[in-house]
Design a protein around this ligand. Structure first.
Ligand SMILES: Nc1ncnc2c1ncn2[C@@H]1O[C@H](COP(=O)(O)OP(=O)(O)O)[C@@H](O)[C@H]1O
Ligand SMILES: [Mg+2]
Length: 403
């Protein structure tokens, strides 16, 4: 990621420093530039390494620690100082802030608080809005009805994104009762979403990564709970935390939603940067999309984030045309994935992604191009549905939907 914050840490207490380090090391947004066990040397370390953040733990000697904070403000004004202390005494906090600290965190540092502080520092450093370098991308994959191809797309999109060495990608199976992302990836995970959700406040990044199952493609999977009874243990609040943690750890997080449109699914839709709504070109699906779009209006910005993905395009069963579908749902179709039942059944039954099973197949290339259009060079590929034009992809795959 381009908006990585470089950080240097000083703490004379080795145990405490190690535990903070392990929290920081798993974060994609953090690059640990230097560590130091003596307050006296830290000024020089910061001058030489010019980190974005100087993390000063003052417990070992609060007086010396605060003196260092003041000194850093003078010698390295571009370094944002974050003070950590086990005391939450108001006077001490005030002193730290007056000495020039930008943030103050109390020990034991909670991951959420650390993320909040780093987020604020990052915002000050990189700014917000248009020019801000990209952070983690959260992609929710939802479906217009059961069996429409949501999981097939979520899994293969995740694997395609993970194939790029610059990315780190997690897939979360939010079909909490019947999800089958683990089958698609032929894995038997040790932990599930319920374990992570219940321990989210205690998890550090190393533990988080260990709780996920890493697939040969590089994709990390967080599967649905094993027992149906456990589903009720996952609240929307837990999920919000889990997603926050995943976003700080991975460059891309793909969410495979259920068709229940439960509070969990709705939260995922709300938090996502992109929502892929998978459909087929038949009446029941299109009618559901129309209904969903009406309900989505209640959530700020959601309707605009939705991208319609037609799956099994070209399936010869009296499909509705693309034009008619767009008129019906009042939205452009963003992408069309060709129908290829044999390949799709093979990938599911063999538990291998499209990239491995059928790298040259049109369906594989179409999912790859979709990943690229979503998260890569956006100028590289245009959406299919520009009215009146025949796009490169539709010509390539002769979907027949432009009739
Ligand atoms: N593009 C496609 N062409 C043909 N069959 C597909 C395609 N995408 C998915 N399928 C098949 O449709 C079925 C349902 O897919 P799945 O991804 O499990 O849907 P969902 O998660 O929406 O319930 C699977 O048997 C899968 O192999
Ligand atoms: Mg599914």
């Amino acid at each position: 990621m381009s908006n990585v914050l470089r950080l240097a840490i000083v703490d004379p207490d080795d145990t405490q420093r190690e535990s903070l380090k392990s929290m920081l090391l798993g974060m994609d947004m953090i690059w640990l530039e230097a560590e130091c066990s003596r307050y006296e040397f830290f000024g020089d370390v910061v001058s030489q390494t010019t980190p974005d953040i100087g993390l000063v733990c003052i417990d070992a000697d609060p007086e010396k620690g605060l003196q260092l904070v003041g000194q850093l403000g003078e010698t390295s004004p571009n370094c944002a100082v974050l003070v950590v202390s086990s005391s939450n005494d108001g006077n001490l906090i005030l002193q730290a802030l007056r000495s020039g600290a930008k943030e103050f965190l109390t020990q034991p540092v909670r991951l959420e608080d650390l993320l909040g502080a780093l987020g604020r520092i990052s915002e000050r450093r990189f700014g917000r809005g248009e020019n801000r370098p990209r952070g983690s991308q959260l992609i929710a994959v939802a479906g217009a009805t059961g069996g429409v191809g949501t999981t097939s797309l979520a899994v293969n999109l995740g694997c395609d994104l993970a194939a790029d060495e610059g990315n780190s990608v997690a897939l979360v199976d939010l079909d909490l009762c019947l999800g089958d992302a683990d089958v698609f990836l032929d894995t038997i995970p040790d932990y599930t979403l319920v374990d992570v959700a219940q321990n989210v406040t205690r998890l550090d990044f190393t533990l988080l990564k260990r709780s996920l199952t890493k697939h040969a493609s590089g994709l990390y999977l967080l599967p649905r709970p094993v027992q149906l009874e456990d589903v009720a243990l996952i609240t929307a609040e837990d999920l919000q935390r889990v997603i926050g943690l995943l976003k700080a750890t991975f460059t891309h997080v793909v969410l495979d939603l259920s068709k229940a449109y439960s509070p969990i699914d709705m939260l995922a839709l709300e938090m996502a940067n992109h929502v892929l709504l998978v459909t087929q070109l038949d009446l029941p699906c299109l009618r559901n999309i129309v209904r969903m779009m009406v309900s989505f209006e209640a959530i700020d910005g959601l309707k605009d984030k939705v991208k319609i993905v037609v799956n099994r395009a070209g399936l010869d069963n009296g499909q509705i045309t693309q034009k008619k579908a767009e008129e019906t749902i009042g939205k452009e179709i963003f992408w069309q994935l060709p129908n290829d039942y044999r390949t799709m059944v093979e990938v599911r039954n063999n538990g291998v992604p499209l990239l491995e099973q059928a790298p040259k197949a049109a369906i594989t290339q179409s999912v790859q191009a979709l990943a690229q259009a979503l998260c890569g060079d956006e100028t590289a590929t245009l959406p299919l549905a520009e009215s009146g034009k025949t796009s490169v992809l539709s010509r390539l795959f002769s979907f027949g939907a432009h009739k």
